[in-house]
Design a protein around this ligand. Structure first.
Ligand SMILES: Nc1ncnc2c1ncn2[C@@H]1O[C@H](COP(=O)(O)OP(=O)(O)O)[C@@H](O)[C@H]1O
Ligand SMILES: [Mg+2]
Length: 293
């Protein structure tokens, strides 16, 4: 789905990434972690083709995006759904309009929009808030709108930049469970985070960057100091990219059950020193020549 092959990106004398090689397969759930300045935002901006690497190859959905033409960039970005720490909702639009807008800018038909928007709102659990405005919603609900917007155009990969950074721990875990459901149904998820407790609890693949280098890539917990936990792969029959709310709920019940039994065996320690950094500077919403404008 996403392949970085010996990718180097420098900003003058500043190192963004050095010789980074990562394979993210279709259907993966990957945490991207590392201290501030490590190169996480650089990694994401390279995928979005907001910046170009100095050397190396980047493949997205089978295409070498370092070779494509500028006018093909919107096609690349349509394969990606972005979720932000600060939600980035349009305050003057309703929940429904925030989501439908993302389809309108891609000139989707009225019929398609009328079918798809209620569907994704239901999927993320906010169908009853369709006519509310963002300031009438809780933070967790606002992030659900952000996720619905990111999903509405059926992206291949969801890139989440500190999606729980503005949420309390309980709401944060609700959002993580939602992302897990979405992933289980076939959407690849790449999530940048500093939330050590969340990474430890989720027990997914963790790619760690430091000083532009990939220093670790394995299943399990946030830091080197933690012992790798026993694998307990969750298998959901009928794996497909089709997102059906009823199926999702059934899948979620299964995930909850497995995670519960896993948690009972290995309680993840809570680390209050987990820290946060800035979210992406250049995005679909403020980045200039992009799909949401
Ligand atoms: N536009 C830029 N100009 C110069 N240096 C930059 C620029 N963007 C990032 N950097 C530098 O590249 C390194 C990696 O930055 P970044 O990818 O933003 O890290 P992270 O997102 O992990 O905090 C840092 O040293 C940062 O200062
Ligand atoms: Mg960053």
């Amino acid at each position: 789905m996403i392949v970085f092959n010996n990718v180097t990106k420098k900003y003058g004398s500043n190192v963004g990434l050095i010789n980074a090689s990562v394979h993210i397969n279709s259907g993966d759930f990957v945490f991207l972690v590392g201290p501030s300045g490590a190169g996480k935002t650089t990694f994401i901006r390279l995928i979005l083709k907001e910046i170009e690497p100095d050397s190396g190859r980047i493949i997205l959905a089978g295409k070498d995006i370092t070779k494509i033409r500028k006018r093909e960039i919107p096609n690349i970005r349509q394969k990606i759904g972005m979720v932000f720490q600060d939600f980035r909702l349009l305050e003057k639009k309703t929940v429904y309009e925030n989501v439908s807008f993302a389809m309108e800018v891609l000139h989707k038909s009225r019929k398609e929009i009328k079918e798809r928007v209620p569907y994704v709102l239901d999927l993320v659990g906010i169908a009853d808030k369709a006519n509310k405005y963002p300031d009438e919603l809780s933070a967790g609900e606002q992030q659900r709108v952000g996720i619905a917007r990111a999903l509405v155009n059926k992206p291949r990969v969801l890139i989440c930049d500190e999606p729980t950074g503005n949420l309390d721990p309980i709401t944060a875990m609700d959002i993580m469970r939602l992302l897990e459901q979405i992933n289980v149904r076939g959407t690849t998820v790449l999530m940048v985070t500093h939330a050590k407790d969340i990474v430890d609890k989720m027990n997914k693949r963790v790619v760690a960057i430091d000083h532009g280098q990939i220093v670790r890539d394995e299943e399990g917990s946030y830091g080197f100091e933690q012992q790798k936990e026993e694998e307990d792969d969750i298998y959901i029959p009928g794996f497909t990219t089709f997102l059906d709310p009823a199926e999702l709920r059934a899948a979620q019940a299964e995930i909850n059950r497995k995670n519960e039994s896993k948690r009972n065996r290995t309680a993840a320690p809570h680390d209050p020193s987990a820290y946060y950094d800035d979210s992406l500077v250049n995005t679909y919403l403020d980045g200039g020549e992009d799909v949401y404008e």
